[in-house]
Design a protein around this ligand. Sequence first.
Ligand code: UDX
Length: 437
Amino acid sequence: MRLSVIGCGYLGAVHAASMAVLGHEVVGVDLDADKVDALNRAQAPFFEPGLSDVLAQGIASGRLTFTTDVTLAHGSRVHFLCVGTPQKRGENAADLAYVNAAVEALLPSLEPGDLVVGKSTVPVGTAGRLAERVREVSPGAHLVWNPEFLREGHAVDDTLHPDRLVYGLPPEDVDRHSEAVLDEVYASLLAEGVPKVATDYATAELVKVAANSFLATKISFINAMAEMCEATGGDVTVLADAIGHDARIGRRFLNAGLGFGGGCLPKDIRAFMARAGELGVDQALSFLREVDSINMRRRVRMVDLAREVCGGSIVGRNIAVLGAAFKPDSDDTRDSPALNVATQMHLQGARVVLTDPQAIENARRMVPDLKFADTAEEAAADADVVVLLTEWEEYRTLDPAAFGELVAHRRILDGRNALDPAAWRAAGWTYRALGRP
Ligand code: UDX
């Protein structure tokens, strides 16, 4: 089937390439000419394991092209909306300017029977409003809401092997033409047994933000338990293992540490609260305010811990920070807890040297005042304290004895509970972590 993908950022680039791998003919549209050029050369514009391979596969097959010309979407049967919905500056609500602009740009290309398929994360009610606009200009076309649940670092795999497909279907489409078309797009996934949930617009929009809110709540819950462990001498990692054995709870997403960041969870829970306020049901989501504050408190606690191990002040202290990305296997520094902590320590007078296997360029763009190093060894050269903030595999597997030779003082703060305390202590390090004695 011929498909268009409007917006080739994280979501769109991965979606376009993955749909080509499924056998469709795909045109990806983006305003950024440099990004389009890179994608046409099968170069991923950001770090994402596996993306270059699927881009190369799609482009070599002749079924995948990228363009800045939205009129080339004409002739596609399905048009995926994959543009960003960032947090509005100075507000909690989502900024829908890109989604609105994408729909307006697409409208002249629509033919009767075409499907516009929203994948972006939007405030509940958006699909209904956009569907009205589509009907107004192109009465034979339909809009479906089909949220995406991919994780950075696993984006291609999550797209090709999703846990579920959710369709928010248009109420006027009584013969379910749009469901049949989307089934054709995802035929191979459905054949593999991927569960499908067909529902209304509001439920489909809510599924996405509910899932992200649940994940954020799970992380903040365990971080609240970390606060209790810090007050009592308990060990949050043991606690997480123990409660995680209960299948009703589950161990995944119970890793206590610096908390959640990135381009999705923080802004999505805030936009969800803002939407609840607009709908007059803000109390329903007031717990998310607490989820957000537990999360932000961990960043402050991390700086306090650095101060503690430095004898009461970090002013003039050399601090090696390992990790800038919001999580491993990503170069994304949007709302990164690691970058936030590094910046706080810098602003409070420490001499911070930051390193990351992939995210240095993005970190430098966001916080040009910090000092940067290419490797953990280089960052740690004169360190009074080493602070691990993003648990890349290469930091998890550092050899405490050899690494200890490089530092002025063997002090390490494990912001992600990623290291073995016994091994580091045995090598003469002062080891401190969040939520562990
Ligand atoms: C998230 C959702 O998982 C995904 O389904 C949705 O489509 C987009 O938002 P992503 O932002 O890529 O994906 O990252 P995720 O793996 O969910 O991690 C988010 C943050 O939570 C990271 O900063 C991570 O370090 C943190 N985290 C995760 C924890 O602190 N503890 C955990 O146990 C798990």
